[in-house]
Write a protein that binds this ligand. Sequence first.
Ligand SMILES: Cc1ncc(COP(=O)(O)O)c(C=O)c1O
Length: 477
Amino acid sequence: MIAGNKPMDRSHWSNFYTVDSFRNRGANAVDILSEYLADSQARTRSHVLNSESPTDRLKYWKSRLNGDLGPVDGALLSEDFLAEVLQRSNHLHDPRYAGHQVAVPLPELAWIQAATALLNNGMAIDEMGPASGPMEEAVMQSIAQFMGFGEDSGGILTHGGTLANLTALLAARQRKSLGNAWRDGTNQKFALLVSDQAHYCVDRAARVMGWGREGVIQVPTDKAHRIIQSELVAAHEAALSKGFQVIAVVGNACTTSTGTFDDLEMLADFAESNELWFHVDGAHGAGQVFSKTHRGVLRGLDRADSVAMDFHKMLGIPALCTGLFYRKGSDAYAAFSQEAHYLYESEDEEWWNLSKRTFECTKRMLSVAVFGIWEAHGPRLWESLVDRLVDRAKVAAAEIERRPRWELFATPKSNILCFRLRDGDNAALRSRLIERGPYYIVKTVLDGQTWLRCTFQNPLTTDEDIFGLLDTLESMH
Ligand SMILES: Cc1ncc(COP(=O)(O)O)c(C=O)c1O
């Protein structure tokens, strides 16, 4: 009670701010989450992903909202709420998870997330991120230089690769177009060149900028899904002859479906000789820059004007957390320029007002986890993680090659692996696997055919888990 004030009304909101309750429930949550982690790592569940239909999942959550809502006696949230969220989620920490490309977070970072959720500094301007703002500036510069960029490089953190790619392409348009499209709008025909295997968000970014479907020129790829140089040259010439102003070439590092890396040196040469912006969509694979063993596929990365790299894919950081790096740090200011007198002192570059370079105004304190890891480990933790995850894909590939009924799409260069039974309905097989459990893998369509697809995200996945997955698939066929 504040001296001189009346006792506080124990209203709903005030219960949430009680320190003792926070402490007790926090201790309880630590126990529940630790138990969850232990169960996951011990492979105690029958299914990594429960096989309920989306409709049944919705029915359950709707049923909880039927009837009168709250209040719950003596509790801040329903007694079973956390347990049900845990139970009904996809269990990434189970070593038999090898599905979509989302980090299996380093558990320690859950406590950092809790701390930043509590602090909730909004990040848009210096005063709303007095610790995490300068941490972001410092750690992004440090990592940019580690990636091979020079001293005037830099970057920002953003909520996801989709937003990072759009932001980079906005900067590209402003730097490479003849007019000032950001200020004046434009009816010019802009275009970018990218492989026909790019993530859909590159196409989406171009359409958001008003370039339309023709503004994304999909360059044909070879059997391994790499851009074909002669096709790139031809596509560029064709675009120019049709009156397009080509702004950028985008390289994949790597493709989502198959984990294929474009030849970044070749793309850098091409961009340089044609005065194009060179952006690398390294959302998935740019993290391999931390590995001495697996960074060869990124040769040429340091010649990019901008690189998007998801910390929440190969690097163990909880989603969403993407680094957008610029070879020339000041290019970041080209993406947006906004008068906002309630926020900024001037229209100048002010590194300390981070939202001058990001789409987001308020964003989470993304830098804290990245800074904490980088300060404590430098590149070594991420190197060991990348090495382990890529090694998982290599072990699986070797085993698949040993088994005559299986076919491999390509030797893995990352932690992504596509494979299939030669004589089976691979889509049906995958559905049966999910229903049966415990493994979780996904599928994709390559050149009109369904392939099974694993992304090895969990460093605790053992060789035996991999052999068990293949044995189970074979036994079900
Ligand atoms: C190559 C590539 N680019 C972009 C994205 C989109 O990233 P995010 O999901 O972080 O928005 C993905 C996601 O899988 C990706 O694989």
